[in-house]
Design a protein around this ligand. Structure first.
Ligand code: ATP
Ligand code: MG
Length: 431
């Protein structure tokens, strides 16, 4: 035997039954998006590295140390696996002039890649759901996106306040940030002895990023730093207050976190995160905000935009921690076929049932044939099916199939003719 090959560290296989939970979750997301008027968008997993350097900012954790970047050996192109998908969506809408007839509401579900230390809730390939509303400037869209998250939590069985809560901040506009930046640099320079290496390096290139530090030793100096909120002008404050008023009216509680800055440089005005206490230091489940300058920065015609990204692995871990049961799928029926002679009729009947909407798991032959009735019943039981369909020789000779309830000891076995199969399907659906 040759040596086995393992998956890349930090990149996981998603197998049944876990994959069933993923399908269920993605179904919920697609339904939610459709109800909010968001259409799916699928962009490539590989993009030019320059897209992320220009989009996310050169002095960010992602671009400095988390990107999977490589040179295409065929032509020398500098490429990266996407670490997030807002930049990709912006590239796509610009490349295809998607905003020429007005704003667009888009969503995606897919893998992202970041070279981080793998741990619970933090992987090198992980998956995000993202929603982006492009071409809309008003605070109403910010609120729409936040309320959409709340609806998703509710539909998954999560409870706001208990499992998740909303943190909110405003990053103002670039000129307001510049004034704040001067004050920040002055503050950190005055306390230079308290800064770690990362912070010292960023002090002049990107001091706002220092507020995003995860170093506990720096919490005090960061806590005491001047707050961006006090540098906001009237318009920025009006936008922020409009978001707050609409959230209040919707009965959604939030905490204003003046230190919430997010990991990419492209944000302005509204930023938010949905956080949980249940996942330790991987507590941010969903984050987003407004990025009114990104489209122009990436060469597009200036247009405002706002969006969020949600980590699917973290969200599913949260469901587990919160004790929320996710559905287990079992087939409606398991088809038992004692002899190969019955197989043609069995396949035809099962085909008709499936076409009528019944899920049927067909017993499949192994190396040693179909196996005994006993072993087939064992498999039927293990499958979780509600019924066994028995294609015994006698039944088949009469053009019938026996239906045996597997989960209800009081229910009687009965026989169906091929012609009755569709009626039975309807009966099952209404049961
Ligand atoms: P963190 O502060 O935990 O590193 P982040 O600010 O880098 O998160 P974003 O870039 O805002 O995360 O991505 C949005 C969401 O994607 C996060 O809230 C999280 O749920 C998820 N996410 C980010 N990085 C990872 C990862 N390496 N593994 C799993 N999920 C991740
Ligand atoms: Mg991160």
């Amino acid at each position: 035997m040759s040596e086995t090959i393992q998956a890349v560290k930090g990149m996981n296989d998603i197998l049944p039954p876990e994959s069933v939970t993923w399908d269920w979750f993605e179904g919920k997301v697609r339904s939610l998006m459709t109800r909010h008027g968001y259409a799916g968008v699928r962009t490539p997993i590989v993009e030019p590295t320059a897209l992320f350097v220009r989009g996310l900012g050169e002095v960010t954790d992602i671009v400095e140390k988390e990107m999977y970047s490589f040179v295409d050996s065929m032509n020398g192109d500098r490429l990266s696996l996407r670490p997030e998908n807002t930049a990709g969506v912006v590239r796509a809408i610009t490349e295809h002039s998607l905003l020429r007839d007005g704003g667009k509401r888009l969503y995606y579900i897919g893998p992202m890649f970041r070279h981080e230390r793998p741990q619970k809730g933090r992987y090198r390939q992980f998956h995000q759901v993202g929603a982006e509303a492009l071409g809309y400037a008003g605070p109403d869209v910010d609120v729409e996106l936040i309320l959409m998250c709340r609806m998703l939590w509710r539909e998954l069985g999560l409870v706001e306040g208990r499992d998740l809560r909303l943190e909110l901040n405003s990053l103002g506009q670039p000129d307001e940030r510049r004034a704040h930046r001067e004050a920040l640099i002055a503050h950190f320079e005055a306390h230079a002895e308290l800064l770690d290496e990362d912070a010292k390096r960023r002090l002049h290139s990107n001091p706002l990023r220092i507020l995003d530090t995860k170093n506990p030793a720096m919490q005090a100096v960061v806590e005491a730093a001047p707050q961006l909120m006090s540098f906001l002008g009237t318009e920025s404050l009006a936008h922020f207050n409009a978001v707050r008023a609409a959230l209040d009216a919707a009965g959604l509680a939030y905490r204003i976190n003046p230190r919430l800055v997010r990991g990419m440089d492209y944000y302005n005005l509204t930023v938010f995160e949905w956080v949980t206490e249940r996942l330790g230091s991987q507590g941010t489940v969903c984050g987003g905000g407004r990025y009114d300058t990104l489209i122009e920065q990436l060469g597009g015609k200036p247009a405002p935009a706002v969006g969020w990204g949600l980590g699917i692995e973290r969200l599913l871990l949260l469901l587990q921690e919160a004790g929320i049961a996710t559905p287990v799928v079992a087939p409606d029926a398991y088809a038992i076929v004692p002899t190969a002679a019955s197989m043609p009729l069995a396949l035809r009947t099962v085909d008709a049932l499936r076409a009528a909407g019944v899920s049927v798991l067909m017993h499949a032959a192994g190396r040693d044939g179909l196996g005994s009735m006993k072993s087939q019943f064992k498999r039927a039981d293990a499958s979780g099916a509600r019924y066994a369909l028995i294609f015994g020789d006698d039944e088949v000779a009469r053009g019938e199939v026996a239906v045996k309830p597997l989960r209800d000891a009081d229910a009687a076995q009965r026989c169906l003719s091929m012609a009755q199969a569709a009626d039975w399907a309807a009966e099952l659906r209404t049961a």
